[in-house]
Design a protein around this ligand. Sequence first.
Ligand SMILES: Nc1ncnc2c1ncn2[C@@H]1O[C@H](COP(=O)(O)OP(=O)(O)OP(=O)(O)O)[C@@H](O)[C@H]1O
Length: 255
Amino acid sequence: MTVHVTGLRVALDGTPILHGVDLTVAAGEWVTVIGPNGAGKSTLLRAVGGLLPFTGTVTIAGTELGRLARRARARRVATVVQSPVVPPGMAVLDYVLLGRTPYIAPLGRESAADLTAVHDVLRRLDLEPFASRRLETLSGGERQRVFLARALAQGASVLLLDEPTSALDIGHQQEVLELVDRLRRENGLTVLATMHDLTTAGEYADRLVLLADGRVAAAGPPADVLTETLLAEHYRVRVRVIPGDHGPLVVPVRG
Ligand SMILES: Nc1ncnc2c1ncn2[C@@H]1O[C@H](COP(=O)(O)OP(=O)(O)OP(=O)(O)O)[C@@H](O)[C@H]1O
């Protein structure tokens, strides 16, 4: 499903944060938003996920976000925010099952298909041994995988990922990103993510969007955005950009 964002403006508590962002993610494409702290990356993702009021237009497969009822929207778009609120005492299995809410009738019970979907995603994310554990007893990285599991269990065609691997060791980082990429290739999942690790961002995305002070400063294939000049200008850092097998490798160097 194509995501089309036009003239997106967001103000938080009266402070303008996004100043007219245009962005398209084609169906089955992976776009990652990069940019320095405070640039507005999370705000952008939350607005596209319908979690924040905004002006401008966001359409999902041609339908304006605001025209979709909550359940219909949840079947199309799943968002993993940076610090989800966790109901106290909830077991991993029950939390991931919440991802199936858009398919369960109000006051109804989950079906066998819902449970199969949940177990499938727990298996894919190495989370089966944690199924009955309370969420608050998990490590930060284990919990981050559970948040992703809930979003995947939602079965939406568009996945919004805000810093999905920030708490993961490099092994799990690669595993999680490869899984998302496989779902994208096999099921046509559309991915809009934010990431701080520029090399990883470039390795997995078809296109990068560099956000700075609430505006798009550059957009295009990773090699066009991950340049020493653009990164020096927007991150105030000296980097060396080295050609890699799956995109440029960005190495910070002492100035
Ligand atoms: N309620 C608020 N009132 C005013 N400004 C806010 C409010 N909430 C967030 N902001 C500001 O909005 C800006 C964008 O925040 P956002 O979290 O979207 O940035 P980000 O690019 O995701 O940053 P990071 O890389 O640090 O996660 C920040 O400068 C933040 O301080």
